[in-house]
Design a protein around this ligand. Structure first.
Ligand code: GUN
Length: 298
């Protein structure tokens, strides 16, 4: 039977650290600020943004959410981004994805100033990730949150076989880069699979650490997991509630009831990776703040 990896509790501990750092900025007369642009009414995005607002408030970071209608065009969005890029009071800026279909997502992500890109989505920051970090680089939030979860739950990835199911630009690919890097929180042997991998279970059964990030509700079944594996579930899927008690419920990419008895550790949904992503976002916002202050003083 698995031990739960409590992302909520780990994230709360990190937020306490962040709040202390944020208080130090405030005492020095600098108020860290994060701006979030939300276009349309995707329910998962709406929930993320509410959670981000709450976490910022708790950590002493000012957050501003700019809500734009789902019918907005690329030009309108680029205009807002330009204003926020130029606003010296805004340290971190992110545009919630997915965006409505009519919007050119690549153009939008390219328009966010790399200096404010707390999601680490801009190609310049992705390039820094590939080239190797320096101390003040942004880290991709969900992958960095997963690494913290592994470290703080006593499951360091060094020397382990990690199998990632999912090849997204937000999770799968940057997580593979982090874990294949050098150092005590990396040094893993990483395999990246996806929904079109033939014989997926052959790969997932080799994993000491299995990360499910393909966006398919409950696709990882009990027979796909090695006994004693550490399982991290990145999925956030809204499905109809079979009991009919609520209109819907949130499930991960892991079939929790089947995998829980086999794994040594498992992160739940909700309460696992989600809160960690936000804790890392707050950290990146303070990194942006630190970089901004340094560039002002030189
Ligand atoms: N959509 C799902 N996760 C994220 C995230 O971490 N950042 C942004 N901008 N959009 C998301």
């Amino acid at each position: 039977m698995a031990q739960l990896i409590d992302g909520k509790a780990i994230a709360a501990a990190i937020r306490t650290e962040t709040a202390a750092e944020s208080a130090a900025f405030r005492s020095a007369g600098v108020t860290p600020k994060l701006a979030v642009i939300l276009v349309g009414d995707d329910p998962a995005s709406g929930q993320y943004v509410r959670n981000k607002e709450k976490a910022c408030a708790e950590a002493g970071i000012v957050s501003e959410t700019i809500r734009l209608p789902g019918s907005s065009d690329t030009a309108a969005l680029l205009d807002r981004i330009r204003l926020l890029n130029e606003d010296p009071a805004v340290h971190g800026l992110l545009v919630q994805v997915p965006l409505p279909k009519q919007i050119d997502e690549a153009a939008v992500l390219l328009a966010v100033s790399p200096e404010k890109d707390v999601d680490c989505f801009h190609p310049l920051n992705v390039g820094r990730l590939i080239a190797g970090f320096d101390a003040d680089s942004f880290v991709p939030c969900t992958p960095a949150g997963i690494v913290e979860m592994l470290m703080r739950s006593g499951n360091p990835p060094a020397g382990k076989r990690v199998v990632i199911v999912g090849r997204s630009a937000i999770v799968g690919k940057p997580l593979a880069l982090l874990l294949m890097g050098k150092g005590p929180s990396a040094d893993a042997t990483v395999t990246v699979c996806h929904t079109r991998t033939p014989d997926l279970a052959v790969f997932t059964r080799t994993a000491d650490i299995l990360v499910a990030a393909a966006g398919r509700p409950e696709m990882i079944r009990g027979d796909m997991v090695r006994s004693g594996a550490v399982v991290i579930d990145v999925g956030t899927n809204r499905v109809p509630d079979p009991t009919g008690a609520k209109p819907y419920r949130w499930v991960g990419d892991v079939c929790f009831d089947e995998v829980f008895p086999k794994a040594s550790h498992i992160s739940p949904v909700p309460g696992g990776v989600g809160p960690m992503t936000i804790a890392m976002l707050l950290r990146n916002t303070l990194t942006a703040c630190r970089r901004h202050e340094r560039s002002r003083s030189t």
